[in-house]
Design a protein around this ligand. Structure first.
Ligand code: BG6
Length: 301
């Protein structure tokens, strides 16, 4: 075991709940196992890679073709998107979805809650590297609580002298039996920007179903979503706080082929339902202010 893992385990391991290990690609992970569920959090990127309540199938999906290299995004789990969503608004050379998912985070706390869930908190502050991409001083805290449900929360604090505006997403990839046969409830009647149709604004009629490349930003919605998966006889609920956008994404056939870290045949097995603040719903944080973005993910039967 490396010195880093030994020292993390000395300070933060929780017997019967959490230990640090070398995970895929040798990346340091927090391996969480308790009476309710198992989960893996990759420390670089503060990336929840897996979540599996006891007696259930895995809830999150990850590509068999993902890279696992420090500084590179992981394809699957819950990438953390911050401080901009999608392409940078003015500079396409900057990394898509910001830098939180490729930054080196520090462990700041581990704990067992009164209900027997396991909590892990990671933090990230601005540095020369982040300021070269985005000029604002900030502190981020990412808290993962693994119980019957998985709760993830990104707290973004403005520690500078002027307000900043940021986009964000808890970019969750869910495992499904067949993306073409699921339905997503909770977005009915809402407006969305259709990124596969030039960003046109449209209105959702009925539940969302997927039969082609789908890439939509649902605007001004605080509703929980339920992914109804008749093939596996289960429903996954995604409830949220501090989020006014929900993004639904499946790359389908052609886009899957264009992505090196996504297998050509993998798209039926996943759908992204992302707890976000994007497009019209970006958030402005005043000096000394804070915004919290939270998702609670669980299997409801
Ligand atoms: C979604 C975006 O959130 O993420 C899509 O709406 C994008 O446009 C997808 O393709 C994956 O992004 P990335 O940067 O992880 O390949």
């Amino acid at each position: 075991m490396t010195d880093q893992l030994q020292s993390l385990n000395r300070r933060f391991a929780l017997a019967g709940h959490l230990q640090f290990k070398a995970g895929p690609g040798g990346l340091a992970v927090a391996d969480i196992n308790n009476e309710h569920a198992a989960a893996t959090v990759v420390l670089p990127g503060a990336h929840v890679l897996s979540f599996q309540p006891r007696g259930q199938r895995p809830v999150l999906w990850a590509s068999a073709h993902s890279r696992f290299e420090s500084g590179q995004p992981i394809r699957g789990g819950i990438p953390l998107v911050w401080p901009w969503f999608g392409a940078h608004p003015t500079d396409p050379a900057k990394p898509a979805h910001g830098f939180a998912r490729t930054s080196l985070w520090a462990v700041s706390e581990t704990a067992v809650t009164s209900g027997g869930a396991t909590r892990l908190r990671l933090s990230l502050a601005d540095s020369d590297e982040t300021r070269s991409l985005w000029p604002h001083p900030f502190q981020l805290e990412f808290t993962v609580t693994v119980g019957v449900d998985l709760q993830v929360e990104l707290a973004m604090r403005n520690v500078g002298q002027s307000a900043f505006t940021c986009g964000a997403a808890l970019h969750s990839y869910f495992a499904v039996s067949d993306a073409g046969r699921i339905s997503i409830h909770g977005l009915e009647g809402g407006d969305y920007l259709d990124k596969v149709d030039g960003g046109r604004r449209k209105t959702q009629a009925g539940p969302v179903t997927i039969a082609a490349e789908t890439d939509r930003i649902y605007l001004d919605t605080t509703a929980a979503c339920v992914i109804d998966d008749p093939g596996w006889g289960r429903r996954i609920r995604v409830a949220k706080l501090g989020s006014r956008s929900t993004v639904v994404w499946n790359p389908w056939v052609d886009k899957s082929r264009r992505m090196a870290d996504f297998g050509d045949e993998e798209y039926p097995g996943m759908v992204c339902v992302e707890t976000a603040n994007a497009a019209d719903d970006v958030v402005t944080v005043a000096p000394a202010g804070e915004h919290r973005l939270q998702a609670v993910i669980g299997v409801v039967g």
